[in-house]
Design a protein around this ligand. Structure first.
Ligand SMILES: [Zn+2]
Length: 432
């Protein structure tokens, strides 16, 4: 039996009342939070850690990523029509099980050391992504990509579905990794494939991840091929329902937003990647007001370049303020909620993670206050959203186990991984 007490910190719980215990403590036993409170803790027999005024927050949840693309980071950043002219050909040539494992380890390292404890990923050879997250001690939802053309891990769409069945079997009853099916987008699948995705995910009782309303040509494609909007297409295919995570949703109108809320579809909001692509700013305020579950994502490291959520949180707040021309909207407290419990709800994991409360898994991040930018500290939410950087993360726990200590990953030798990833990327660049 392992017991642990973290005391003398600023405890940002993200419970329903958004309670902050300042100073406060958190106790955990066997990976589960047992007690949390204000002031001095009760007598304790296990390990005691003095937080010395640092901030504790729930592990953050990145609801949309393509981990392995970390090895492509920085390639063709400013190219036009990059998805079809650049990314798809690059993937066809270089994506392999080894590439996905190494790239996912690299991305996972960045996530863990940046305070993200759970990530939803969609890519190819996803069993390798699951293994990489497992190696690092991260929690994850790994999604087998389905497209209507030959993919790196599936010559045909049928092969993609078969890969999903294998992935589901590989991670059945896994404590921290959940398999998922990930139709790439409406314009790379279409109604018939999406109906098959719906049936496969219902029969496996596993989540669906899909890009929705991201591209400028997408609405026209859906109208011409299926009728209606991309959200209508979800409805026609059976995917307007809980267990579906729609990334982006940039050009959804009021009717679409009402339908997303009514159906229980969750939205992964990728602020940084959306503006870097020159695409737009998602109507997140309207979605939240309508009752849509929203979590934050980074998109892949080729789209947003960094995948921690500190880089996202500040942009989420500022872009919504800019969009509304109103500094009062999307306050920091709401952004922290989206980055933690919002993401947990989006992935259907909020019974286990997303807040610091007794009974939840001990997925906890300690933010060191050694940096000048975190002094003074009038408002912990403002500090986390507008000032903190991933380098301020000192310790990270998943299930009460330290996966990061004093800013460094514990499971692997980080210097060798960085060297291996660089060497892998060099070989790819030389072959280009
Ligand atoms: Zn994406």
């Amino acid at each position: 039996m392992t017991t642990m007490l973290l005391t003398n910190g600023i405890i940002v719980t993200v419970d329903d009342a958004m309670t902050v215990h300042w100073p406060g403590y958190v106790a955990a036993k066997n990976g589960v939070i047992t007690e949390i409170g204000e002031g001095d803790p009760p007598a304790h027999s296990g390990d005691v850690i003095d937080l010395d005024g640092d901030i504790l927050m729930p592990g953050m949840v990145n609801t949309h990523c393509h981990l392995a693309m970390a090895l492509f980071r920085g390639l063709g950043d400013d190219e036009p029509d990059r998805l079809k002219r650049y990314i798809f050909p690059l993937e066809k040539r270089f994506v392999s099980p080894e590439m996905v494992y190494v790239g996912s380890l690299l991305a996972g390292l960045e996530l863990a050391e940046g305070g993200v404890t759970t990530v939803a990923d969609m890519y190819y050879f996803e069993a390798q992504a699951g293994r990489a997250l497992e190696t690092l001690g991260l929690r994850g939802v790994v999604g087998q990509t389905i497209v209507d053309f030959a993919a790196p891990d599936a010559p045909t769409t049928d092969d993609g579905f078969a890969q999903f069945e294998r992935l589901a079997a590989d991670f059945r009853d896994h404590p921290t990794i959940t398999a998922s099916i990930a139709p790439h987008a409406p314009y790379t699948t279409g109604l018939d494939i999406l109906r098959r995705v719906d049936a496969a995910s219902r029969s496996a009782d596993l989540p669906v991840q899909i890009h929705v309303s991201e591209m400028d040509y997408e609405a026209d494609w859906v109208r011409d091929h299926c009728g209606g909007s991309p959200v209508d297409l979800l409805d026609q295919s059976g995917l307007l329902r809980p267990g579906v995570i729609a990334a982006h949703c940039l050009w959804v109108d009021d009717r679409d937003i009402t339908n997303l809320a009514r159906g229980g579809v969750a939205v992964a909001h990728n602020a940084g990647a959306n503006v870097k692509g020159g695409r737009g700013i998602a109507p997140v305020l309207d979605m939240v007001a309508a009752g849509v579950t929203v979590g934050l994502g980074s998109d892949g490291p080729m789209s947003g370049n960094t995948i921690d959520l500190f880089a996202q949180m500040s942009q989420v707040a500022k872009l919504q303020k800019l969009r509304a021309r109103d500094r009062t909207v999307m306050p920091a407290i709401d952004v922290v909620r989206l980055a933690t419990i919002g993401g947990a709800k989006a992935l259907g994991l909020d019974d286990r993670i997303g807040s610091l409360e007794p009974g939840k898994r001990a997925d906890i991040v300690r933010i060191s206050r050694s940096a000048a930018r975190l002094h003074p500290l009038h408002d912990p939410y403002a500090a986390l959203v507008y000032a903190a950087l991933p380098s301020d993360v000192s310790d990270v726990m998943v299930d009460g186990r330290f996966i990061v200590r004093e800013g460094r990953i514990t499971a692997i030798d980080r210097a060798s991984l960085l060297a291996e990833a660089d060497a892998y990327a060099d070989r790819m660049r030389r072959a280009l």
